[in-house]
Design a protein around this ligand. Structure first.
Ligand code: 3H9
Length: 693
């Protein structure tokens, strides 16, 4: 027996214990160990039942992603699974933690399943651009029916043990210790002389063309641009077209093909990058994070409220400081309303809501922040106002209390100066809605203590965020890159592209929405304010492209006023806005601009290469330590399609020489001010390298 799977016997019951930290992935050693365990079980006539269990925090969480793309060593997963399924005596999977992907498939191939009550089950393969390849699309429908299978296999959503039991995917939920409960189960089976039971012997559920058609339609919308969910759906159909064994072979072949495809490569890159960004390369090894037992949030506008909600939802006490009683009451009313509707939808219990509300202390006094360990400032986005708040916070809080600003572009160094405690100051830039959006852009200023950096990275994880570290610059990573896309969008409109055509091209590329629809959603007044704050450094052409200012002057602020680039009905459904055409035509006439037709390819290149070029600058300036930080931030902050791997990974796949050549052409057409290629891009392109080594 190998080190990853140990085989033990107790009377007629054998146990194969998988131990392959951190998540018991089915690495080569595990696959071989499973095969050997079944052989040993079969060879011993004294043994009646085999229990398969895992050590550590979870049952098998899937195939070993790190082995993908490398030559297969030893038996593949389908072979190991066939051994379990084909055993002539019963095999019980005793599962806990996260039973995912190939791990779920291993469990389904066992004849009986018992789970710890806190277990979660799912097929996350589609999130990696692939599909279950070891029986998941074939055994699940036979056990749980079509609707549950389609939901699990095509979306990657997880279910809990209760739902798994109700669906027929497991047989029992363990009471008390899982190992003991599994042993008792095995003893029962042995005593009753119960034989093995294979999901493959069950018939497929009745075919339901309407269910498949609905799923195809809804996936085209919800998983737009992604190939894997539709492939996973088609793989389920194999069960209707082929006998079980052949369907399994074809499912495996489809999975292997998907693994070799570009989307899976990109999504696996994202999986690794999301974990890499948590490690800050230049933090001293001995640095320890400060303890954060309670938090203060000052400023209870939309952002502040969302931050309060995110913190309380993570079970951490939070002092919510607003301007006056009226502001605080308004903010708390909004929070209660949002959580209340979550309760109404059945997604949260009333007890949970009460617990979360009880964690929030209302205040209008900065002095109430005297005992918290971290303060997140979310007051108006205005430097003078924020400086004043930081000066107050510097005095009102204990030395060592971390003072973080949620600013999206202001200079954190200035806030550090104002506080008088620069080493405790940093940025924590949340994205709207802060209680929902996964990205947290943590910002390290020149004098920020390394322990503060370690603390805010940890804290982000505690409140369920994906933290990326940025240095100080205007807009940090995401908004700095986004501002280049917005600028280019305005230029395209000046040159003759209709906003709706630009938006369509951008959505077609895979963004959730284009720059103009996004402007209307965020509020054109907000965009105008950001443009105003940057006016001093803006070029004449940027200032000339004053569409946003024109609309704001007319009182058209986007969705909130029912009119912006588009018009909106009461359900916020967008329609063409003739006033936009008139504005663009008048603008062209006023400035003597000639309009031309701009193709989709150029539109995408202009918008996305502008971001890639800025990303190269951010990387060479050290604002982002690695290309991963940029890709992860842009995917999770702006909705850059994950299946491209993020802007820099995507550019690498195109080839930086090709990207550079196009940027050079744009420079010829539009001038140095907008299209000077980043030196790093030039250097890497000339050396035949990518942003990634
Ligand atoms: C599959 O199964 C295909 C089959 O259908 C068919 C095959 C034929 N492999 O996330 P964490 C590492 S596809 C290798 O920070 P958590 C991860 O990189 C697979 N390594 O922990 C990290 O290492 P490091 C389907 C893996 O507690 C460390 O474990 N399964 C794998 O927050 C800790 O990870 C999935 O997609 C893996 N499969 O969350 C499950 N998984 O520190 C993917 C994790 O060196 N995994 N690692 O960077 C997860 O969703 C989460 O890791 C999990 C734990 C929920 C399990």
């Amino acid at each position: 027996m190998n080190a990853m799977v140990t085989f033990t016997k107790q009377g007629p019951i054998a146990e194969a214990l998988v131990d392959n930290p951190p998540v018991n992935a089915t690495s080569a050693g595990v696959r071989q160990g499973l095969v050997d365990a079944v052989r040993q079980f079969e060879a011993d006539p004294e043994l009646k039942v085999l229990i398969l269990r895992c050590a550590g925090r979870t049952f098998i969480a899937g195939a070993d992603i790190k082995e993908f793309g490398k030559p297969m060593v030893g038996p593949n997963l389908t072979e190991a699974i066939a051994m379990l399924d084909g055993a002539s005596k019963p095999v019980i999977a005793a599962v806990h933690g996260t039973v995912l992907g190939g791990g779920f498939e291993v469990a389904l191939a066992c004849h009986y399943r018992i789970a710890d009550p806190a277990t979660r089950f799912g097929f996350p393969e589609v999130k990696l651009g692939l599909l279950p390849g070891a029986g998941g699309t074939q055994r699940t429908p036979r056990l749980a029916g079509l609707a549950t299978t389609i939901e699990l296999v095509t979306t990657g959503k997880q279910i809990n043990a209760k739902k798994a039991l109700e669906s027929g995917l497991i047989d029992r939920i363990a009471e008390g210790d899982l190992a003991a409960a599994a042993h008792a189960y095995a003893t029962e089976l042995a005593a009753a002389g119960t034989g093995p039971r294979s999901a493959g012997d069950l018939p497929m559920p009745e075919d339901d063309a309407a269910l498949f058609a609905d799923a195809r339609k809804s996936l085209a919308r919800s998983m737009r641009g992604q190939t894997a969910p539709l492939l996973a759906l088609e793989a389920i159909r194999l069960g209707y077209d082929y006998p079980f064994a052949e369907a399994l072979e074809r499912e495996y072949a489809m999975c292997k093909e998907a693994i070799a495809g570009p989307q899976s490569k990109a999504l696996r890159h994202v999986f690794a990058a999301e974990r890499e960004v948590a490690r800050i390369p230049d933090l001293p090894a001995d640095v320890t994070a400060r303890e954060v037992k309670s938090v203060g949030v000052i400023g209870l506008g939309v952002m502040g409220r969302g931050i309060v909600m995110a913190i309380a939802a993570a079970g951490i006490p939070v002092v919510a400081v607003g301007l006056d009683d009226e502001h605080v009451a308004k903010a708390m009313g909004a929070i209660e309303k949002m959580w209340g509707s979550t309760v109404k939808k059945g997604r949260m219990s009333q007890e949970q809501l009460d617990r979360q509300l009880a964690l929030i202390t209302r205040s209008t006094n900065v002095a109430d922040l005297g005992s918290v360990d971290l303060v997140i400032e979310a007051v108006t986005e205005d430097l003078a106002t924020k400086e004043k708040v930081f000066a107050e916070l510097g005095k009102a809080t204990r030395p060592g209390t971390i003072l973080a600003s949620n600013t999206s572009f202001l200079n954190i160094e200035k806030l550090a100066d104002a506080s008088g405690r620069a080493e405790d100051v940093c940025g924590m830039h949340f994205f709207n809605p802060a209680n929902v959006m996964r990205l947290l852009e943590n910002v390290r200023a020149e004098r920020t203590d390394p322990a503060v950096v370690a603390t805010i990275m940890d804290f982000g994880k505690r409140i369920g965020k994906l933290s990326v570290l940025s240095g100080v610059c205007d807009g940090f990573i995401v908004n700095r890159m986004l501002s280049k896309r917005s600028r280019e969008g305005f230029f395209l409109v000046e040159e003759g592209a209709a906003p709706s055509v630009v938006d369509k091209a951008v959505s077609g590329f895979g963004f959730p929405m284009g720059p103009f629809a996004l402007g209307d959603l965020a509020g054109l007044d907000v965009q105008a304010a950001a443009r105003k704050s940057r006016a001093a450094s803006a070029s004449p052409r940027e200032l000339r492209a004053d569409f946003v200012e024109q609309m704001v002057a007319q009182g058209n602020l986007g969705q909130k006023t029912g009119s912006g680039w588009y018009t909106y009905d009461e359900n916020r459904k967008a329609s063409h806005n003739p006033a936009t055409d008139a504005m663009i035509a008048a603008h062209a006439e006023k400035h003597g601009l000639s309009l031309r037709e701009i193709g989709e390819q150029e539109t995408i290149e202009r918008l996305v290469y502008a971001m890639v070029n800025e990303g190269a600058k951010i990387l060479s300036e050290g604002v982002a330590a690695r290309p991963q930080d940029i890709d992860v931030a842009m995917i999770n902050g702006l909705g850059f399609p994950a299946y491209t791997g993020g802007p820099l990974f995507w550019a690498d796949q195109i080839g930086l020489d090709k990207v550079l050549a196009r940027i050079e052409e744009f420079r010829e057409q539009h001038g140095d001010a907008y299209w000077t290629p980043a030196p790093l891009l030039v250097e890497r392109a000339k050396a035949g390298q990518g942003f990634y080594a």
